[in-house]
Design a protein around this ligand. Sequence first.
Ligand code: HRO
Length: 314
Amino acid sequence: MKKIDISSNINGIKLTSCIMNASGVLCCTEKELSEIMMSSSGAVVTKSCTMIPREGNLEPRYFKWNMGSINSMGLPNLGIDFYLNFLEKKKPKKPFFLSISGLSIEENYQLIRKANLSPNINAIELNLSCPNLIEKKDQGLLGYDFYKTSDFLDNLFKFYKKPLGVKLPPYFEDFHIKKMAFILNQFPICFVTCINSLPNGLFIDINHETTVIHPKKGFGGIGGSIIKPFALANIRKFYIYLRKDISIIGCGGICSGKDVFEHILCGASAVQVGTQFFQEGIQVFDRLKKEFISILRKKNYFSIENFKGQLNVI
Ligand code: HRO
């Protein structure tokens, strides 16, 4: 039987499996990161970090139902020094993506300067799309401010020379995706991760007539299978509009091998698993890998390059 290869290459960063964890889920502490390191996840992605550790928002701040999840975690993390020390101490044998999410553009520059000094980081995943910051309730997501994003990237690429990807919020208009792709195409971006959770969702407990999470009056980011069509649409459009050397990492609604296949068919080079990882734990990577390989075998494909981006329109 011919071997099926599910490895991938994110602009020179080699992954033995194209399935990895999404930032934010079970990737905050030393124990959680070590578990990902030992698992069949193709990479280790950290929780988005800030300069100093944060407790995050008050609980309850996460809720899952059959079709998705809502969260308002508020960026709880152990601070950039912890993640850089973890990397130096453990030296993972798979790519290590440091996710950063400063509370201001100035903090993002500080974080990037610090990461720039670390020799072992494979790439930064710059989070332009955290939806749940109470401190920033009167400011929009950076990823929705095209002018600020462009100016920010312009300044950061003057001093940052290592691989960098951006994690984007979902866009709902073709025009917005075209505009963001036009901006990203002007910079040496390594990859784009789309999408972060859908901001400002609301889920209700009808029995108690309440929200299901406490922070921000119950509003939070929506993830899980319910957001998959939006993830696929963003992946597809970015695949069409971005420079061909910018890889896409798909995120949003990966629960089965079929979902992995769909993301890659739309143009993703790899996928990240968030809500389903939280639900199922570390075994999710083995299961998804098995299911994905079984689909490829049935379709007579031997590598993701056989079908990546090759979605047909009926
Ligand atoms: O910590 C969070 O509340 C959070 C972040 Cl940083 C993010 O990027 N996406 C999300 O759904 N939650």
